[in-house]
Write a protein that binds this ligand. Structure first.
Ligand SMILES: Cc1ncc(COP(=O)(O)O)c(C=O)c1O
Length: 345
């Protein structure tokens, strides 16, 4: 009955089993272990090309370290106003880059319009001004919508015109891939993405994300990223346990199966609420988040009945954010819908 976030779920049993299985004997520390070595092959298979992959324990670290690797202290990072890097990372990208500026831009459906990014670039080449360095998008977006591959491609073209890189905050990348029905490659490097924060914690890991670099030439950037990760305090000594989580997450498409479940639960919830309340979600439900004006009395009744969710101002009376997860049950969804219907009367 907890729809506050996908972070409120525990870890998937297969992930916990993989951690337990890795918990035998000794292994070299700091990523010089078999589990971490195998990740390179796993991610190369997933992305249909060699990539640099570096595990970290939080999404904030993944975003900040990936962006810092491509952004000088005098650089600008363009993102949507609602982006996690702008509103929920306590300035980590600014900090890890040594002072770069995050530039927030509005856009419909949680997406960054390429023209608005280019319009926000001022005084390129002027030594007195911050210089364009990166575009960062969230996929799925912060309001549960998706960027199509063509939309990413258009942003990448704008980025190239100003010698910027494209970074994807993929805290919900699995939900996006599962929903789009496109390959991980099609939604990243084939569309012009240079760096991805490949999220896993929200979708079944205990604490594991991977920074994935696609750019050519990778060796210098990979080395830089490695030093940044250590200097930033994110090189985990017992790294085998991070890698073991990611290995289990990718094995047998667990990541996609989990995401499909969460996405299906969100669709079930959205259509159920629409039927029960006669109110459509404020944004298309394309991943595992629903933003909907429940009406103040319904929101209050649901809370009193023990349903947990976040208020979401700005989308109407009783605005709420409801997030589903890999372990959200149909029973919980149906119970919320039924309670909403009763509350409406
Ligand atoms: C879009 C997005 N990016 C990144 C993160 C990473 O967060 P954390 O540093 O808490 O793992 C989150 C978590 O809520 C998120 O929603």
């Amino acid at each position: 009955m907890d729809f506050r976030s996908d972070n409120v779920s525990g870890a998937h049993p297969a992930v916990l089993e993989a951690i337990a299985a890795a918990n035998h004997g000794t292994a070299a520390a700091y990523g010089d272990d078999d589990w971490t070595r195998r990740l390179a092959r796993r991610f190369a298979d997933l992305f249909e090309r060699p990539v640099t992959v570096m595990p970290v324990a939080t999404g904030t670290a993944a975003n900040a370290l990936a962006l810092a690797t491509f952004t000088p202290p005098w650089g600008s990072i363009f993102c949507h106003a609602g982006a996690h890097i702008n509103v929920a990372e306590c300035g980590a990208p600014d900090f890890y880059s040594g002072g770069a500026r995050v530039v927030a831009i509005d856009g419909a459906h949680g997406k960054l319009p390429p023209a608005a990014v280019e319009a926000a670039i001022h005084r390129e080449g002027d030594v007195h001004a911050n210089q364009p360095a990166a575009i960062s998008i969230s996929q799925a977006t912060e309001i549960g919508t998706l960027y199509r591959a063509e939309e990413i491609g258009a942003l990448a073209e704008a980025a190239r015109r100003h010698r910027m890189i494209v970074h994807v905050d993929g805290a919900r990348f699995a939900n996006a891939v599962a929903s789009a029905g496109k390959s991980a490659a099609a939604l990243t490097w084939k569309a012009g993405v240079d760096a991805l924060s490949f999220g896993a914690t929200k979708n079944g890991c205990l604490a594991a994300e991977a920074i994935v670099l696609f750019s050519e030439p990778p060796p210098e950037r990979a080395a830089e990223l490695a030093w940044r990760r250590k200097r930033g305090g994110h090189l985990i000594s017992k790294s085998r346990f991070l890698a073991a989580q990611l290995e289990a997450y990718l094995a047998d498409d667990l990541w996609l199966r989990n995401a499909r479940h969460a996405n299906a639960a969100a669709r079930r919830l959205a259509s159920g609420l629409e039927r029960a309340l006669g109110v459509a979600p404020a944004e298309p439900v394309e991943a595992n988040e629903i933003f909907i004006a429940l009406g103040a009395p319904v929101a209050k009744t649901l809370r009193t009945a023990g349903f947990l969710f976040h208020d979401w101002p700005g989308i109407g009376e009783g605005g709420a954010r409801l997030v589903t997860s890999f372990d959200t049950s149909d029973e919980a969804v149906d119970a919320l819908v039924a309670a909403a219907g009763r509350a409406r009367g």
